[in-house]
Design a protein around this ligand. Structure first.
Ligand SMILES: O=P(O)(O)OC[C@H]1O[C@@H](O)[C@H](O)[C@@H](O)[C@@H]1O
Length: 244
């Protein structure tokens, strides 16, 4: 997914070196579903689940000069007993995503997920991410150690954190002279990721592109487990807006 309001910088970053299917695309907003990170019990399963490499069909619900609404569903069932639907809306410099999951099976199911937004920035090291001060987080670069955020996270080096956070974040970008606001619903975890020097090991990022994005993800992780009873639904949503 790519979104660039007319005459503006893009909202989302997309790698210059997108790999061919079935590899996941690096950029846009990959859907991590129905688990986040490694599978909880089976190392053979792919990281971040099966939705981002699955095939989806889309339908246009509304198409106007200044607005677009799409509904996407998987072409085939992606995971037994769980049925996702993604709604995408674009309007007024804002991209809104809603990922709804129905437990269509007969057992309780636990669900992990993330809307893994790659936010495009002029230079990540000069940005400030506001809204996480005082939140507890798990630092994945320190074996998942639980810490508390003091001020804004430092974006000059690698960062991989799962914050216990339900609120709003804003990414202040002095190079592109704008702010990006991330709001969300149905999510008790906010993931912040940039590979830093580790970008060199990622063929679809590399040192040249590592400064061009930071991921701020609306998520449900081990910090805020979601369990769906048969017939129950959960909706994870995020709004990404460009502000002056
Ligand atoms: O390389 P992937 O599978 O797209 O994941 C990228 C990153 O995604 C983040 O959400 C995770 O917290 C990181 O641990 C991970 O490295």
């Amino acid at each position: 997914m790519h979104y660039r309001p007319a005459g503006e910088r893009p909202l989302l970053w997309l790698s210059d070196a997108v790999k061919a299917p079935p590899s996941a695309i690096r950029g846009g907003v990959p859907l991590c579903w129905p688990w986040f990170g490694p599978h909880p019990g089976d190392k053979a399963q792919p990281a971040h689940g099966v939705a981002r490499t699955g095939l989806w069909q889309w339908r246009v619900l509304n198409f106007a000069a200044d607005a677009l609404a799409l509904r996407l569903e998987p072409l085939q069932p992606l995971w037994p007993g769980l049925a996702p639907v993604l709604s995408v809306q674009v309007r007024n410099r804002q991209l809104a995503l809603r990922l709804e999951t129905l437990n269509s099976g007969s057992e309780h199911v636990s669900l992990g997920q993330a809307l893994h937004s790659y936010l495009a920035v002029g230079d990540v090291a000069r940005c400030e991410l506001v809204g996480l001060d005082g939140c507890d987080y798990l630092d994945k670069l320190q074996n998942g150690r639980r810490m508390q955020q003091n001020g804004a996270p430092c974006l000059t080096a690698a960062l991989d954190r799962v914050y216990c956070h339900q609120g709003v974040t804003e990414l202040v970008d002095p190079v592109w002279q704008r702010r990006l606001r991330v709001t969300k619903e149905g999510s008790g975890s906010t993931v912040v990721w940039n590979p830093g020097d580790g970008a060199g090991a990622l063929a679809d990022v590399g040192q040249a592109q590592r400064s061009q994005f930071v991921c701020v993800e609306a998520a449900n992780t081990g910090l805020d487990p979601v369990t769906l009873a048969p017939g129950e639904r959960h909706c994870l949503a995020t709004n990404l807006s460009i502000l002056d």
